[in-house]
Ligand binder design. Sequence first.
Ligand code: HH2
Length: 267
Amino acid sequence: MKAAPLIMGIVNVTPDSFSDGGLFLDPGAAVEHGERLAREGAAILDVGGESTRPGADPVSVEEESRRVVPVVEGLADRGLEVSVDTSKVEVARAALDAGAVLVNDVTAFRSAPELAGLVAERGARCCLMHMLGEPRTMQADPRYEDVVDEVRAFLEQRLAFAVSEGIPESRIWLDPGIGFGKTVEHNLELLRRLPEIVAIGPPVLVGTSRKSFLGKIGGAPVSGRLGGTIASNLIAWERGARIFRVHDVAPIADALAVAAATVGPDV
Ligand code: HH2
């Protein structure tokens, strides 16, 4: 039986995120935004202090912690479930201390393998994502023999690593990493053949929200990609994804409720 769709609302505390950079740099504004997303239907709020867009500049541990920790604390204090979008052990530790329950690492513990031990020790959950290369260069000229086979093999290997470090499989989500070292065709192939990723076992998260492949297909600027975001999330639901990382929670919660009522949870 399929589980119900679960929405992860994005709270970017950064000056340079690709679609909402600078909007929620003030901790109070970020907490208020997260509360709004929760009211709109987000089950978990993903707080990030470093942009992963192509070409983004790296951020120091001190700066990332300064951005993220007060926001994690503010949201957790209000009884909301919080995830921290980081690849750094020190930032993750501070965020877990502040009340985060999940570490969303876009490097799947490759940047800092010891992060897996921390997640295990704290009994936290994690999301392991596929990325080809690193954010600075990942969109230069991504190539695969077969993108789905390679992403699946990577996720299986990272899942095995996480489990070997002591994280129970039941606490792990997997993510094909839409837009991370992928052309438009690679992203579409991953969505089309998502059941092959779902077959690995753990719940699958997808993050298509406002991403550039949607603009390349439909011609929409970042501010006009809600339609493409909805379409891609509904396709992903129908093909087995269970967690949806999005900026615009209300319309996507509504769309997913209709999709789930139509095809699921039993189909
Ligand atoms: N996408 C982004 C950031 N983190 N994490 C997961 N698990 N999956 C994703 O697809 C994903 C992610 C990029 O989106 P955004 O946070 O809006 O932008 P930026 O990285 O520029 O802050």
